[in-house]
Write a protein that binds this ligand. Sequence first.
Ligand SMILES: C[S@@+](CC[C@H](N)C(=O)[O-])C[C@H]1O[C@@H](n2cnc3c(N)ncnc32)[C@H](O)[C@@H]1O
Length: 278
Amino acid sequence: MIVGYSNGEQFLLSFHSQKPGATSRAFGTVRATFRGREFESSYHVLLELLPKARAMTVLDIGCGNGHLLAMLAKSRPDLRLVGIDFSVDELRSAPVTAAPCLLAARAQSLPLRGASVDAVVSHLALMLMDHADQVLHEAARVLRPGGILAAIVGGAPQQSPALDAYLKILRRYLTASRSPVARFGDPAFSSEQGTRALVSRQFADVALEPVDFVERLKPQAAWAGFEDMYDLYHLPEADRKAIRQEYLAAVRTLVDEQGLLTMRRQLRLIHARRIGEC
Ligand SMILES: C[S@@+](CC[C@H](N)C(=O)[O-])C[C@H]1O[C@@H](n2cnc3c(N)ncnc32)[C@H](O)[C@@H]1O
């Protein structure tokens, strides 16, 4: 047990210690549609939304293995990049080129001076964090007045039989399991209304927009994607093996003539501005 962390945080730390880089493996090469345009990935959507001003300081909250920071370092070498994450194992797995400043810290208490950052970015991390109000308060505190927040969080469930088949089997195993399912994050992020209310307490000009994914992939590849997500990690190895078998059998009727499944998912982009003048 890791002292000082909630059960949910301990679950996250354990997952990310065993599977550093899981999120960038799962989302790094999946094409995303945003505002009617196709992007190489949801990380590229955040890249696009960053103001074009030179020499800005950009903070990535919950940066994981620094995938987004490494992309930023390559495409915008003028930026000063800072990443924070509470998983030392994720930070250790970051490429040396990701950012000169990677800090092991909790997002609820950022080790940065007030008004020292021009933009805060975050990819699939804010919705996992306990005390989201405090996290957003910290993001607003470190931003200069007028600075922007661009974050991608979980989105609304989509009509997707290939995903539904997995969730149905998973739920059955989770219900039957004796292992407790760790709860983490703020439930407000599960709806558009809740997200808007939460972010609007600290930020102005809050805009929420969908980021859509339609993947066509072999059943084995779909399964590999599930293995890089949190849900299966609540269950013992034997259950994971059984779910895999059941899933691969269940989706046999869902593949197209090329043997591919269609998987639809949606995430939510949050764009907001720190209250105050530039
Ligand atoms: C789903 S991963 C996303 C990682 C990275 N942003 C990406 O997309 O590749 C979520 C990250 O948030 C971090 N995290 C969760 N809660 C945190 C907290 N309270 N403070 C700092 N980091 C946290 C986890 O350690 C993990 O690396």
